[in-house]
Every structure is written in C-alpha cells, then in structure tokens.
Write a protein that binds this ligand. Structure first.
Ligand code: SF4
Ligand code: SF4
Length: 378
C-alpha cells in the first residue's frame, strides 16, 4: 500500500536543521517529537514496519502542531505540511478520528447553518458581487463569523468596495488539517466558485489552504491585500494620551506557508508603535483544533509566549487568524492581563475612526471574599 509519495519522503536528508525550529521538539527535547523523527515514523508506516495503531505513530501525528515552522528552514525543500495532511488522512480512516474533530468538521460543512449563524451574529452585511467587475470578495469564514463577527465589519470599513457574497461556506482548512483532506479540497473549490475575483481572508490558516487548492494568485490574506492594493492605513491608535504599543503574533500558516510576515508589521507600524516580542513567529498553540484536543500541551506552548508579550510592555497583541486570537484572548484573560488581543482588522479600523479598541484587563478572576473571624468569646 502506498500512503505517501516516496519521492517526497526521500527528500529528507536527515540533516536536522529543522529541529531548533520545532516547538514540540523544544518542549520535549525528544527526537521522536521533531520533524525528522516524524518523517522517520512516516517512512516506517510506508514500509509497513509500523502501522497506524502503533502508539508512537498515533501520539506523534496528534502531538505535531502542524505549524510548518520546519519548512522554511529545510534546505531540501521538504513540504512537511502536505505530508502531515496525508499522514492524518491515513490515521483518520476508521476509528482514529476524535469525536470532537468529527463534530466540528460536520458543523463547519453545513453552509445553511453558517448562514443562520450570520443572521444572529451579524458579520459584514452581504453585498451582491458586481458581475465580472468584482475584483475581490471577502471570505467570512466558518467559526470566525460566529465568534468574531466584528472582524468582517472592520474589513468593510477598510475596504468599502469589497463584495461579500451571502452564500458562502467554509473553506475546508479545518477538514484538511484534521484527516479529511479530500473533503477539504472539495470545500475550497466550492468556495472558490462562490467568491468571485481575489478571495480576501482574515484567517492565515484559511489563506494557506485556499492558496494550495485555488492557486496562489486567487488568494490574499487581508494584510497582503491591503499592501498589494496600496490601501494606506489612516489615523493612529492611542492609549492614555500616547501612541499604542502593539505586538504581533504571526499566523504559522501565513508566515511559513505563504511567506507573509512583513505586511502585517508594516500596517501596524503605520498606526501604532510596533513592539518586537521574542518568539512572535512561533506557534501560539492554537493550531486549529489542537487547543481543544490537547489543551495541556497547547497551554505549555502558550504560557511562555504570554510571559514575553507581557514583558514587552505592549498594550495590544495583534492576531491575523481567529484561532490565534481566541487562544491569546483566553490566555491573557486567564491571567487577568492588561494586554488585549485584537485582530489586525479591528486595530486598523479603530485607527481609522471605527469601533474603539477595548483597553485593560477583560475578565477579572473572582476574588475570594476575605474570611471573617469569629468574634472572640469574652
Ligand atoms: S531540515 Fe529538512 S531535510 Fe533536514 S531533517 Fe529536517 S525535514 Fe529533513
Ligand atoms: S509542523 Fe511544527 S510541530 Fe510539527 S514537526 Fe513541523 S515544526 Fe514541529
């Protein structure tokens, strides 16, 4: 049985250059939890030396974040992300796919349900594409339209002419990254038919998946689109009478898959003071469904990152992907941090006079009431 294209697996020359870039290797120091170790497991699967039920094979296919930080540093051009999708497809056959993954992918595939969610949560108002003249369409996303409907409204403020077709489903990235890559491809193709012109997305993970299926020229992430079209940011974001200090958390798939990292930084620098944070380019631990399936590991990856963000003195940390935004927001709230996580679209729209950004800690953890001492007996 052929699982992987052997030529693609053979490309790995076992040099180990990818090891220092891998967050799970950094966490464990274990060769098996590194890109090179995982490629060796794929080879063992291919030759039949190990099978999909092997405990190490199962563990490593799920422990990997799929962040693709191993790709840009690889001198042999190993496309690890695509190998991981094939591996998870293989693991996902039959009984190995987690129930939560099945549930989330089933919900995301229901376009009528997503449209109903849109009616309740009110993302950017739908506009009809303008025939052949439509240059760009905004993708509303599946979970983003429910969790962060304000993001697409902010994009509408930045790009008033963008089309927002009402009938649009999920791009299938969730499926492709979770053991259902054929379904993910089908969904991306269908979305490509529903959205005329260049597909503009506010989610780095979706951008990378769509670009793989539809072609790089059809897809632009928001920051890439704004810079490419010369839409200069307007205004600035201020906090306590000074220019706001803003850090960026890269989206792994956007940075490592599409090579987009300078554009969000340029846009932030135009409206605020960009603050560099150590580790800003590495995965935040959200990684699609990872934070739900492996919450403990996800937090082990997130916590040092939040320490660094807080130590930087930033007022805001910007995300360019809804999953990262959720991860940062939840982690910062958990520690009652004064740093706020916001989407890049919200930051730019606020600078341009849109909805002001929230400031300061969001949820204070409930304090325990002081225990009253019993009155002393006379
Ligand atoms: S850097 Fe590339 S070639 Fe070297 S071990 Fe890692 S995946 Fe293999
Ligand atoms: S995708 Fe990320 S976690 Fe997985 S092997 Fe590559 S660098 Fe490590």
């Amino acid at each position: 049985m052929t699982i992987f294209d052997p030529e693609l697996l053979d490309r790995c020359i076992s040099c180990g250059f990818c090891l220092p870039a891998c967050p799970t290797y950094a966490l464990t120091g274990d060769e098996g939890a590194s890109p090179r170790g995982r490629i060796n497991l794929m080879r063992a699967l291919e030759t039949g030396e190990l099978d999909a039920d092997d405990a190490r094979v199962r563990e490593e296919s799920s422990f990997c974040l799929g962040c693709r930080a191993c790709e840009p540093v690889c001198p042999a051009g190993v496309q690890y992300g695509q190998r991981l999708e094939t591996w998870r497809d293989h693991q996902g056959r039959g009984r190995h796919r987690p129930v939560l993954t099945r549930l989330l992918t089933a919900v995301a595939a229901q376009t009528p349900l997503l449209r109903a969610l849109g009616l309740v949560r009110r993302p950017a108002r739908a506009t009809r594409p303008d025939g052949d003249r439509t240059a760009a369409s905004l993708m509303l996303g599946c979970f983003e339209r429910g969790l962060y409907p304000g993001v697409s409204r902010a994009v509408r403020r930045l790009l008033p002419g963008i089309a927002v077709p009402a009938s649009q489903g999920c791009c299938g990235a969730l499926h492709a990254h979770n053991g259902a890559s054929h379904r993910g491809e089908e969904m991306a193709r269908r979305l490509g038919e529903q959205l005329p012109g260049v597909v503009v997305t506010t989610a780095g993970g979706c951008a990378a998946h769509l670009a793989t299926v539809l072609g790089r020229e059809r897809v632009q992430e928001l920051s890439e689109h704004l810079v490419a079209t010369g839409a200069a940011p307007v205004g600035e974001v201020r906090v306590a009478g000074r220019r706001a200090r803003v850090a960026l958390q890269d989206s792994c798939h956007l940075r490592n898959g599409l090579g987009v990292s300078a554009q969000p930084r340029a846009l932030i620098s135009a409206v605020a003071d960009l603050v560099a944070v150590p580790g800003e380019a590495s995965c935040c631990g959200a990684a699609g469904t990872y934070s739900l399936l492996r919450p403990r590991d996800s937090r082990r990856i997130l916590e040092p990152k939040l320490d660094a963000v807080e130590a930087s003195g930033a007022d805001y940390v910007v995300a360019v992907n809804p999953g990262c935004l959720r991860q940062l927001e939840t982690g910062l709230a958990r520690r009652s941090s004064p740093v706020r996580a916001v989407h890049l679209a919200d930051l730019l729209a606020a600078a341009a006079g849109g909805v002001p950004l929230p400031h300061g800690a969001r949820w204070r953890l409930p304090r325990r009431p002081a225990r009253r001492r019993a009155p002393r007996a006379p």
